[in-house]
Design a binder for this molecule. Structure first.
Ligand code: ZN
Length: 473
């Protein structure tokens, strides 16, 4: 019994000695002592990285500062993991430590939605709202903003590339308060001769909630192309919320012009001084309405390459009249010979271009001009020319409706008004110049007015009613 107690005492003494020695060694043995060293640290983006500097060499009772050097860099402007190797050196005693530095983005983006009234469609479609989302690392991420409807609210959310999320809730109404829109293809006014073929050009429709609903358009038409008159084509659209809209297209069915229907609202559109850069556009308009007109042509612009417009006008059924080759008053009104030489030159040119020998004439300045007095030496050339033209089988035409495009105005609206307000109940010969863009731009409205008000548009012919001024020289 005593022996067992003895052994226990010895064991306790030995253990005590070991513990005390260890404590002593721990307290006094010299070594590197690191305070707060972490083998892995996280620092937020753009914050300063402080190198570890908390090591000393010594023991529990005295410890001296140690020189620390390190290898590796940390770029705090870039998210990532950086490895730093520290070397502690105290009088040739060396120790190395590795540290992983994680630069992280822990800031959520800012999110801004600048609208006062939020709403979304009953079918769940959400209108596109103007949003702005800016992240300190990713920059502008407005395009990543997601919107979802949640009962009486809209939830806007956006996440940056590090998964930081920003959410905004906005009170919103589930409502469709916008009617669909509908747009006609082509003109909203169509002019159709009796028996002419109407081509449906259709329309397109879109809706804030339903998107493109063109296929839901219903078309109602009262058109009868056998009877002159005004007809409506009605295009109706209804969206999934029951909101409706409609547009109308007017179709004017007009009686085709009857040539030489003397004395009943015949309009002869005439264009002097061309062809020019605008003649092509004019011919397009005339073609659109199937209207024939008269071109009193010259050669003054044709060096610029518009000769083919004379041929086109002729081929499209218009009358080509002779105005003047040179359009030079000081040449043509100096003598009868000069006048006829100039006239014949233009007549031949028309013939060469079209194969048509024109006998229809308009005097430069009209038959009533007095400018010829400046050049004819008192010979009353206009009286002579008028008689001679007629004797040679030509017909000349003046005008009885002035557009005002020869100096009075350059305003297209004024030209439309001048012409439409001066049309006669019998025959109207309208003077315009296809060398003037502002005048050509009036032609479509003049034609529309005429067709809507029962006028016939005709080209001049040798049999057309005489419209001649009284001669002043
Ligand atoms: Zn002229």
């Amino acid at each position: 019994m005593r022996e067992i107690v003895m052994k226990w005492k010895i064991a306790i003494i030995i253990i005590g000695i070991v513990i005390l020695s260890s404590i002593t060694i721990f307290l006094v043995y010299p070594r590197f002592m690191e305070k707060d060293f972490q083998s892995e640290i996280e620092i937020p983006l753009n914050e300063t990285f402080n190198k570890y500097d908390g090591v000393c060499y010594g023991n529990f009772f005295s410890c001296e500062k140690v020189e620390v050097s390190e290898e590796g860099d940390v770029d705090t402007s870039k998210i990532g993991e950086y490895n730093i190797k520290y070397v502690f050196n105290y009088n040739g005693n060396i120790e190395e430590k590795n540290q992983v530095v994680k630069v992280i983005d822990n800031k959520a983006p800012t999110l801004d939605v600048k609208v006062d009234n939020f709403k979304y469609c009953p079918n769940g479609n959400i209108p596109s709202y103007e949003v702005s989302a800016i992240d300190d690392y990713d920059g502008d991420i407005s395009g990543n903003v997601k919107v979802e409807a949640d009962g009486e609210k809209l939830l806007f959310s956006v996440s940056d590339s590090s998964g930081n999320e920003t959410k905004i809730f906005k009170d919103a109404k589930k409502i469709d308060d916008e009617s669909p829109t509908i747009t006609l293809n082509g003109d909203d006014k169509i002019y159709l001769p009796v028996d002419g073929e109407y081509t449906e050009q259709g329309a397109s429709a879109s809706d804030n909630c339903d998107g493109d609903i063109t296929d839901k358009i219903e078309i109602e038409s009262s058109l009868n192309n056998k009877e002159p008159g005004e007809y409506e084509i009605n295009y109706k659209i209804k969206d999934s919320s029951g909101l409706e809209n409609n547009v109308k297209r007017m179709v004017y069915v007009y009686k085709k012009a009857e040539v030489n229907e003397n004395g009943s609202k015949n309009v002869y559109l005439t264009f002097d001084d061309g062809p020019s850069a605008y003649t092509s556009k004019l011919l397009d308009v005339l073609k659109k309405y199937n209207v024939k007109a008269t071109f009193f042509v010259t050669s003054q612009n044709t060096t610029k390459g518009y000769d083919d417009m004379i041929k086109r006008a002729y081929d499209e059924g218009h009358t080509i009249g002779i105005h003047s080759y040179t359009h030079s008053y000081s040449y043509i009104y100096t003598s009868v010979d000069n006048y006829f030489e100039d006239l014949t030159n233009m007549q031949n040119k028309i013939y060469n271009l079209t194969g048509y020998k024109s006998m229809i004439v308009r005097f430069p300045g009209g038959s009533s001009n007095t400018i010829s007095k400046n050049y004819d030496g008192g010979s009353h050339i206009m009286s002579n020319l008028a008689k001679m033209l007629t004797a040679k089988g030509y017909r000349y035409f003046d005008w009885n409706v002035l557009s005002g495009d020869a100096g009075e105005t350059t305003d297209t609206k004024k030209i439309i008004k001048n012409v439409t307000s001066s049309l006669k109940s019998t025959s109207s010969v309208v003077l315009q110049h296809d060398t003037k863009d502002f005048s050509i731009n009036a032609v479509e409205e003049i034609i529309k007015y005429g067709l809507e008000n029962g006028y016939n548009f005709l080209p001049l012919t040798m049999d057309s009613p005489r419209v001649e001024h009284s001669i002043n020289n």
